[in-house]
Each structure stands twice: as structure tokens, then as C-alpha cells.
Write a protein that binds this ligand. Structure first.
Ligand SMILES: Cc1cc2nc3c(=O)[nH]c(=O)nc-3n(C[C@H](O)[C@H](O)[C@H](O)COP(=O)(O)OP(=O)(O)OC[C@H]3O[C@@H](n4cnc5c(N)ncnc54)[C@H](O)[C@@H]3O)c2cc1C
Length: 497
């Protein structure tokens, strides 16, 4: 079986790695990984500058979803896995130019602790009363999909959307709570509303259930042979790689057959031919090539997949191109700590849209992950752009850096970061249409996409547009697509013999 993998981001690399494993295991599998850019990795890109790891794209992955850490361990990167420094985890929200900490007890946007919620400066008294009354919310059957903003506003009011849901989601998705699908992005909350009415009651019940399960598990393992249960390794909410996310890209690339990896080689055209696929690739530099493949893993962004499939299935093509994407900018500023006054504790802050700033969020990188920034240095990473601020992408680097420095001074105070505090290094990265948005109706769109893909033999989709935006989901989908194709090739060859 010959497979073309289109797109060399983390999803395409994971797919190629899985096919390489199948080949090593004796399967009759060949693949070509096509990547339009000069480098592999897509959004994953890090550099080491003066001993500091600077992430241009993602800085970590969520630990709860195992696919990324599992892959790192398989690739021999287990010792490089580094947990977030959760002992110092504290996040602020900017409210009228001041940093207000997120109250203790927030779970998936839901306040679960009475006293911190009552005392926080994040919400007005009116919103706090609304939060208390939320406990009386009657169950509501989950009908039509709706936006995250609509769901959160119904329970906790508009201020909770502005100061909590919107900044948290724009920090993750570069998205807009009024557009994102509640059913896709917050499925647990939708289920809780149907069952309990009140999200706070639902969350507390889920928490109790989880604690009871953990206690039962502990008891079980203590009873088993009388030995003390092995202590799990330290886990943070987020996990990264000591030398940067680029380590994962490099380790994957090192496992692939070099002759089968084609950089700077965009796929420009796809056709169904003789039960297989005709792939036209190349640029004016590399020249054009037309080749036949039995199967295809589409691991480029959905808008690019939609364009390539326009001559194959127009309904599928339109469903794919209809998935919205947001663009973003990351700016790493490295300072000598002596140049900065004392930063507030914690990992950084989120900026609600109502503050009308360019920055959406800022991470204090040297605090979030220890051991990736040299002693005496501080790295501040600003995140800009999102659905409502695409025009920033055309601004020159110097303007963007000046804007971030000015906003940092205004938000953190001139005592912390004065206007003349010069960063030793500034790095600007633009990510155009890189982050898929799960808009209202995403589940219905996906049903249609799955049905159309199933009718096209040998076609698989992987990447952040479908079933999870983060790195672990992209890896899971990439590997799953490759496994399915390798399995169907094995079944076909068994039938022939
Ligand atoms: C700034 C930023 C910060 C993020 N932070 C986090 C985070 O902290 N944690 C987390 O889990 N996730 C994070 N994400 C999300 C996560 O990084 C992405 O969802 C994930 O990396 C997407 O991987 P992918 O392989 O689906 O797509 P991509 O990385 O977009 O890769 C797709 C590849 O396809 C190539 N391509 C496109 N068209 C063609 C063509 N015609 N022919 C050949 N190749 C083509 C592109 O050049 C690209 O390399 C972040 C994303 C961004 C942009």
C-alpha cells in the first residue's frame, strides 16, 4: 500500500511515524510525507536563544490526555518530559488595567467554592448573587447546539462571559465565546445542565464521584499484596519537553525514512483515479510531479484539504472549507531579571476583549516551566490576534513589540516593567489561519464530513480541525488514521494470499 500524507505538522508526522512502525513490523507499506514549507512540525517550533527555550507555537500539552506523553516516551524522550510548576500556578485576569487572580475552586469555568467566589474582585456583587442562585437552575434537556457564551451567560451572567469564558477560551482557541460550540468545547457542561440543571451542582457531584473512585482505587491497591502503592511520577496540569516542543518534531523526523519525506513540496491537486488517488505536487523550484497512491492522509488545515478535494466531492469540500480558523501572533521577550521589578506570582494573565487591548494573554514562561530559562533571566510570552484582531498580522515586528511592551507597562505597572526596560531578545511569530474554531453546529458538520469521507476509499483526515484542537488529539488522530490504513492493507493482502 502506498500512502500520501499531506501536511508535516504534528498530525502528519504522527501518521508517518505509525506507518513507519507498521513497515518495521513487516507490513507492505510505503509512504510519502508532503510538507509545503521548508521545515516540518507545522505550529510546533522552538529555538534555544542564550540558553532559554523560546516556543514560537505551543509551549506544552495538557497532561490529562495521554497521547502526547506516550508518544514522547516511545521516542525515548521520557526523561525530557517536564511538568508545569503547579506549585506556583496562579492566573490573573486584567480588569480595568488591574490584575485580579482567578478565584480558587473554578472548574471548567464553573465556580465551586463559596468563599473564594464571594470574596473575589473578579465579579460584581450582582454576578456573585447570580452565581449563588445558579444552584437553583432547573434541568434543561440538551437540544440544539448553542455558543459557549449563551450557555455561560444563561447560568452566570454576561460578566462571567466577559471576564472568564471569553478570555480563557481566547487563550486556548484564539477564539470567540459567542462563536464556539458549547456541545463541542464544553460537552461536560452541556450534559450536566441536562442532568442537574445547575452547573455548580453538577460539577460538585462529578468531583465527589471522582474522589470516591480514587479512594476505592487506593483501597484496592493497598489491599493487593499488602505493598504500598507505587507513587505516580510528579504530574503537572501541563507537560512540556525540557529542550522545547521542537524535540518531539526532531525525534519523529529521525524515525522516518528520509527519502520519503519531501519538504518544500506542496500538494496542489488530488484526483480519484483507478480506485486510488493521483497526487500532483511540487513548486516552480522543485518542479511538478504526478504520482499514484492507494490511500491519502490529509493532515493539512481543513481549508487546504477542502480546496484539494474540490474536484473530488464538492459537498465534502464545502463542509471542510466552512470550518473557521483564527490567526495568532506570539511574542517572546527575554529580559535580564535585574531590569524588571518583581513580577506578580504565578503563570501570567488573560486579557478580556472588553479591555480593548492587543494582547490576549501573557505567560511568565520562566515560572510556568522550571529549568528552561537560565538563572537571572525572565521570558514573557505575549499572545495576540484571535478571531477579532486579524489585522494585527500585517503590522511590522517592531510595531508589535512596541505595542506589547507598552501594554505590559500599563498592565503590570511602571514599577515592574518600565518603558525603558529593554528586552535582550524579542522574537515575533505569526500563525496565519492555524487554529481551527469549533463553531456552533460543529458536531453536525462532522457527521456530514465523516459520512462523505467514508464513501471515499483510502481517504483519512487528521489534524486540529475535527476532534480536539490540542497536540494530544492531533497525535491521536494522526496515529489512528495510519493504523486504520495499515490494518486495511494487511486485511487486503491476507485475502489475496
Ligand atoms: C500559537 C499557537 C499556540 C498553541 N498552543 C498550544 C498549546 O500550548 N498546547 C496545545 O496542545 N496546542 C496548542 N496549539 C494548537 C496546536 O499546536 C495545533 O492544533 C497543532 O499543532 C496542529 O497540528 P496539525 O498537524 O493539525 O496542523 P499544522 O501544525 O497546522 O500543520 C499542517 C501542515 O500542513 C502543511 N500544509 C498545508 N497545506 C499543504 C499542502 N497543500 N501540501 C503539503 N503541506 C501542506 C502546513 O505547511 C503545515 O506544516 C497552539 C497553536 C498555535 C498556533
Amino acid at each position: 500500500m502506498r500512502t500520501a500524507i499531506i501536511g508535516g505538522g504534528i498530525a502528519g508526522l504522527a501518521a508517518a511515524y505509525e506507518l513507519e512502525k507498521a513497515r518495521a513490523g513487516g507490513a507492505a507499506v510505503e509512504y510519502t510525507l508532503f510538507e509545503a514549507r521548508e521545515r516540518l512540525g507545522g505550529s510546533l517550533a522552538s529555538e534555544i536563544v542564550n540558553g532559554a527555550v523560546l516556543e514560537r507555537g505551543p509551549d506544552s500539552f495538557i497532561t490529562e490526555k495521554p497521547a502526547a506523553a506516550e508518544l514522547c516516551r516511545e521516542l525515548g524522550l521520557g526523561a525530557e518530559l517536564t511538568p508545569s510548576n503547579d506549585a506556583d500556578r496562579k492566573t490573573y485576569v486584567v480588569v480595568k488595567n488591574r490584575l485580579v487572580p482567578l478565584p480558587d475552586g473554578l472548574m471548567f469555568l464553573v465556580p465551586t467554592k463559596l468563599i473564594p467566589t464571594a470574596l473575589t474582585r473578579l465579579f460584581s456583587t450582582k454576578t456573585k448573587i447570580r452565581m449563588a442562585l445558579e444552584l437553583l437552575h432547573p434541568p434543561r434537556p440538551s437540544g440544539q447546539d448553542e455558543s459557549v457564551a449563551a450557555l455561560v451567560e444563561r447560568h452566570f451572567g454576561a460578566e462571567a462571559v466577559d471576564r472568564l469564558a471569553d478570555p480563557l477560551l481566547s487563550g486556548i482557541y484564539g477564539g470567540d465565546a459567542t462563536q464556539l460550540s458549547a456541545r463541542t468545547v464544553l460537552p461536560r457542561l452541556v450534559e450536566m445542565e441536562a442532568k442537574y440543571g445547575s452547573l455548580t451542582r453538577g460539577m460538585l457531584a462529578a468531583h465527589r464521584e471522582m474522589r470516591a473512585k480514587m479512594a476505592a482505587r487506593k483501597q484496592g491497591s493497598a489491599g493487593g499484596g499488602g505493598q504500598a502503592a507505587a507513587r505516580p511520577a510528579a504530574r503537572g496540569i501541563f507537560t512540556t519537553l525540557r529542550g522545547g516542543m521542537q524535540q518531539l518534531v526532531d525525534a519523529l523526523e529521525a524515525r522516518l525514512e528520509p527519502a520519503w519525506v519531501r519538504r518544500s513540496t506542496p500538494v496542489n491537486r488530488l484526483e480519484r483515479v483507478d480506485g486510488g488517488w493521483q497526487v500532483t505536487s511540487g513548486s516552480s523550484d522543485t518542479g511538478s510531479r504526478v504520482e499514484h497512491y492507494d490511500s491519502i492522509i490529509m493532515a493539512s488545515p481543513a481549508w487546504a484539504v477542502g480546496a484539494l478535494l474540490s474536484g473530488v466531492d464538492t459537498v465534502l469540500s464545502e463542509a471542510l472549507t466552512g470550518i473557521p480558523y483564527s490567526s495568532s501572533i506570539t511574542i517572546n521577550l527575554m529580559y535580564d531579571e535585574m531590569q524588571l521589578g518583581s513580577l506578580p506570582d504565578g503563570f501570567g494573565f488573560l486579557v478580556p476583549a472588553s479591555e480593548q487591548r492587543s494582547m490576549l494573554a501573557c505567560t511568565f514562561v520562566h515560572r510556568k516551566f522550571l529549568g528552561r530559562t537560565p538563572q537571572g533571566k525572565a521570558v514573557l510570552r505575549a499572545f495576540l490576534g484571535g478571531m477579532n484582531n486579524e489585522s494585527l498580522l500585517t503590522e511590522p515586528d517592531e510595531v508589535l513589540v512596541q505595542t506589547v511592551r507598552r501594554e505590559l507597562t500599563e498592565i503590570l505597572g511602571a514599577g515592574t516593567i518600565g518603558r525603558d526596560a529593554q528586552p535582550e531578545h524579542a522574537q515575533v511569530s505569526r500563525w496565519r489561519r492555524a487554529m481551527a474554531q469549533y463553531a456552533v453546529g460543529h458536531q453536525d458538520r462532522m457527521k456530514l464530513i465523516h459520512a462523505r469521507v467514508a464513501a471515499l476509499p483510502g481517504l483519512r483526515l487528521a489534524g486540529n480541525a475535527y476532534d480536539g484542537i490540542g497536540i494530544p488529539d492531533c497525535i491521536r488522530l494522526g496515529r489512528q488514521a495510519a493504523r486504520e490504513l495499515a490494518q486495511s492493507s494487511r486485511t487486503a493482502s491476507q485475502q489475496v494470499s
